[in-house]
Design a protein around this ligand. Structure first.
Ligand code: FES
Length: 470
């Protein structure tokens, strides 16, 4: 192995998790006259040199400022005409709202903080907005470029987002989803991975997981690499990255056994990380080495998958439907108590459906009031937010039975959601997507504490409408 290469690797890891001093950059300057003309409340300003936009909020307490860039997908804010206090701006893309006086997003409620810019008042009455950024560690003290040897760097596309990068003797593997579906029965691999994909996975020196979705990390039937370094980041663009990837903060250092990567380091709760590592990896990759191979694949290379073993996976999900626990209506209370989400003014109606999202006559249909974690038969009289969710019965019950995250339901296209008002409840979804307890509900204990099913009930099981909702 090229000795220079080995020191390059050491160099890379030397900086992992390292916190450097911040840099500062003036992104907007206003002269005294422009500062004087700022009205109380929200002002929008553009830097004439680079065209970038900023928001300044003026109050008796001074100034606050931020970039005019929505944390969701970078949309532009405008004044929110519904906000009579003049503190809120609204994104033109998907209507997120930001209260600029507190720099908190109000839609989604209880969610994110906007990154603030420093406001510096100058002696001459002018003002500067300053962006503080941590130094990018890979840019400090750069090395001289090194000559690459023939074959020293090799990238192999395996399937979906999974690639293998070989640097000399070191192998890096990215986002290993190689077998079976992701998001319950919602997503299936398009490209056939190479036959040795699991060998490649197990031979990896480092695995990078770009974000916490099941199309980037799947079980592989127990074939796992041992003592592998893991890198995780919170980067993910587009709707697929939301809301898992908006934890804010650019660097957060090292987490347990996780080797963090430079830039956009993940800030997961240990809970979530442990949940991830409960799963083994599954990966499937193909035979394509180099871009040339994509346009001119090796003879006999199978590029697209033509078999997915649907039944194997769908049957497993559907096996949850007949689980003993669903013979007892009190599973609902047990499950949501286990989930642990409450003190939030939201009422959710959950409806079990067939594959066409038609309610099933023998399925559950119930309300959960998350304010006090009660299960009323009708919506409460008080003002409240309301969501109605129709779920395919097999996936819903599988998720309940195994204490799974709810990504399987909605990213996997296994439900239909209506909401009133049309507000994204980040706190609710984030809880069911990332904050569920590490261990699933103790259904054995549940079955011990519920009264035995009467014969008549057993006969009716499968025919009852368990909870009637008006
Ligand atoms: S980009 Fe702002 S709401 Fe989506």
């Amino acid at each position: 192995m090229n000795p220079n290469f080995s020191s390059t690797i050491k160099f890379i890891f030397l900086f992992l998790g390292k916190m450097e001093a911040q840099t500062s950059k003036v992104v907007l300057s206003l002269n005294a006259k422009e500062v004087d003309s700022l009205k109380d409340g929200v002002s929008f300003k553009k830097n004439p040199e680079d065209g970038r936009c900023y928001i300044i909020y003026k109050s008796s307490g001074g100034f606050k400022a931020c970039k005019n860039q929505c944390k969701h997908q970078g949309g532009l804010f405008i004044k929110d005409i519904e906000d009579l206090d003049g503190r809120t701006v609204k994104c033109t893309k998907h209507n997120w709202k930001l209260n600029v006086s507190s720099m908190k997003y109000v839609n989604p409620p209880d969610s994110f903080l906007q990154d603030e810019l420093e406001v510096e008042m100058l002696d001459d009455g002018g003002m500067q907005l300053v962006e503080l950024s941590p130094i990018d560690p890979w840019l400090t003290d750069p090395r001289d470029p090194l000559e690459l040897q023939e074959g020293e760097v090799k990238i192999t596309y395996l399937t979906h987002a999974c690639m293998e990068l070989q640097l000399g003797q070191k192998r890096f593997l990215f986002d290993p989803w190689l077998m079976g579906p992701a998001f319950a029965r919602g997503w299936w691999l398009l490209h056939e991975p190479p036959a040795d994909c699991l060998d490649r996975l197990c031979a990896a020196d480092l695995i990078y997981i770009s974000h916490l979705h099941s199309d980037h990390l799947r079980p592989n039937g127990g074939r796992l690499p041992e003592k592998v370094d893991l890198m995780m980041s919170d980067f993910a663009g587009g709707a697929s990255g939301f809301p898992m990837t908006f934890h804010g903060g650019k660097y957060s250092g090292e987490l347990n056994t996780v080797q963090c990567c430079p830039g956009n380091i993940v800030e997961r709760k240990p809970n979530t990380i442990n949940r991830l590592f409960k799963f083994s990896f599954t990966a499937s990759f193909a035979v394509i080495n180099s871009s040339e191979a994509i346009t001119d694949p090796p003879a006999n290379a199978k590029i697209y998958k033509d078999s997915w073993e649907f039944d194997l996976y769908v049957d497993e999900l559907n096996s949850a439907i007949s689980s003993e626990i669903f013979k007892h209506e009190s599973w609902i209370q047990f499950y949501y108590s286990w989930a642990g989400f409450q003190n939030y003014n939201l009422v959710v109606r959950m409806i079990e459906t067939d594959d066409s999202f038609k309610p099933m006559s023998n399925g559950y249909d119930y309300l959960v009031d998350f304010l006090d974690l009660s299960f009323p038969s009708t919506r409460p009289d008080r003002e409240h937010s309301y969501i109605e969710i129709k779920n395919r019965i097999g996936v819903m019950r599988y998720v309940v039975l195994h204490g799974g995250l709810w990504d399987d339901l909605y990213i996997g296209f296994q439900n239909r959601i209506s909401r009133d008002p049309d507000t994204y409840h980040h706190k609710f979804w984030n809880h069911f997507q990332t904050q569920l307890p590490l261990h699933g509900p103790d259904w054995d204990q549940f079955l011990q504490q519920v009264p035995p099913i009467q014969e008549t009930d057993a006969l009716n099981y499968g025919l009852l409408n368990y909870c009637s909702i008006l």
